[in-house]
Design a protein around this ligand. Structure first.
Ligand code: KG4
Ligand code: ZN
Length: 338
């Protein structure tokens, strides 16, 4: 079955085609980052209007690039939530219209399920069950994943998400939005030992996180140190080390407490090189395997939606759906496919 995937939950318009026998045929993305950068963050109304402009041309582009036509489609998947209501509605309405016009099943996908399953698009793909470290701009969660839709929440952030911590502290350093990639670039030339920043909840004994205190600590630090290039790079490296230390510490603890052998990392922060390097070292030492999505599929994209859609459309339990969006939506509430 050939599934068209549409992602419009935030500031990226993503479209992809996934075939259940041939795999991912193609995906294309338009990022609104430059448009929002001027405002230092995503402006919801501008985001939805831009999705309206970009979405249909991207659908045409991915079809022509993969030499397919609308009549080849067997189903349509779109991000139903969580996300910005107006932005979600753009993808939902295009998916519903295509489904209606072409008489195809349409399924709404949970954005985090898309991220969670995206490592299955890489080779080798992890087998179930696994532990998933889900680190995006809006969420930081550790889940036990037994199968599609069989997710058990083991721990999550009590305040800011890891991506948010990168973005907010990067802003304090005067870096452009989105801060994560910019901060990690600056950190490459910095000394992470120079400033000691808190590792919130690292020793809390559970799998929960808290990153809001880090932002306050960085605010004080930036206030008291100079703003020369060297110092900024050292602050950036110290921030990255603090966030990565906590993520790696909790991931290791989740591997120990579940006794599982596979760790999967998903979401935008999963693109962070320092995080990957540190997890690789821990995995080698502690005999578990770690899996990442292909780097271009870490941040928001249509491929993860097409893939999750293919998994769900392949089972009888998910049929054609109406036209709905869920700006707030718990991942653990999803039905399983087995
Ligand atoms: O998964 P994603 O694209 O969107 C959400 O669903 O939130 O994640 C975006 C987040 C942003 O906070 C961004 O700063 C962060 O991922 N991010 C990074 C890196 N690339 C993206 N954070 C640290 N290092 C990176 N290389
Ligand atoms: Zn995302």
């Amino acid at each position: 079955m050939l599934v068209l995937g549409i992602e419009t939950s935030c500031d990226e318009t993503g479209v992809a085609l996934y075939d259940t026998t041939e795999g991912l045929l193609g995906h294309t993305l338009y990022s609104q980052v430059a448009m929002h950068a001027e405002y230092g963050g995503v402006v919801p109304e501008l985001a939805s209007r831009d999705h309206v402009r970009r979405l249909l041309p991207l659908v045409r582009e991915v079809l022509s690039r993969t030499d397919r036509t609308l009549s080849d489609l067997g189903g349509v998947a779109y991000t139903e939530g969580p996300g910005l209501a107006g932005a979600l509605l753009v993808g939902a309405s295009v998916a519903a219209a295509l489904g209606y016009a072409l008489k195809l099943p349409v399924t709404g996908i949970h954005h985090l399920e898309g991220h969670l399953l995206s490592p299955l698009l890489a080779q080798p793909a992890p087998r179930f069950p696994f532990v998933a470290l889900l680190v995006s701009g809006g969420h930081t969660q550790i889940m036990q994943v037994e199968g599609v839709g069989r997710y058990r929440l083991l721990g999550e952030t009590r305040d800011d998400a890891a991506g948010e911590a990168f973005d907010k502290t990067a802003k304090l350093l005067g870096l452009p939005y989105p801060g994560g990639p910019a901060l990690s670039r600056l950190a490459q030339s910095g000394n992470s030992q120079r400033f000691s920043l808190p590792r919130p909840m690292l020793d809390s004994g559970d799998l929960d996180f808290s990153f809001s205190g880090l932002k306050t600590a960085v605010l004080t630090l930036v206030h008291h140190t100079g703003a020369d290039e060297r110092t900024r790079a050292d602050v950036a490296a110290s921030i990255q080390a603090a966030i990565v230390d906590v993520l790696v510490g909790k991931a290791r603890m989740a591997m120990r407490s579940t006794g599982l052998e596979r760790l999967v990392v998903a979401g935008g922060v999963g693109a962070n090189r320092e995080l990957r390097a540190r997890l690789d070292i821990a995995a080698a030492r502690e005999s578990f395997a770690v899996f990442y999505p292909p780097p271009d599929l870490c941040t928001d994209n249509g491929a993860m939606v097409a893939f999750a859609g293919a998994m769900r459309l392949a089972t009888a339990r998910t049929g054609a759906q109406g036209f709905s969006v869920r700006p707030r939506w718990e991942l653990a509430s999803l039905p399983s496919t087995t």
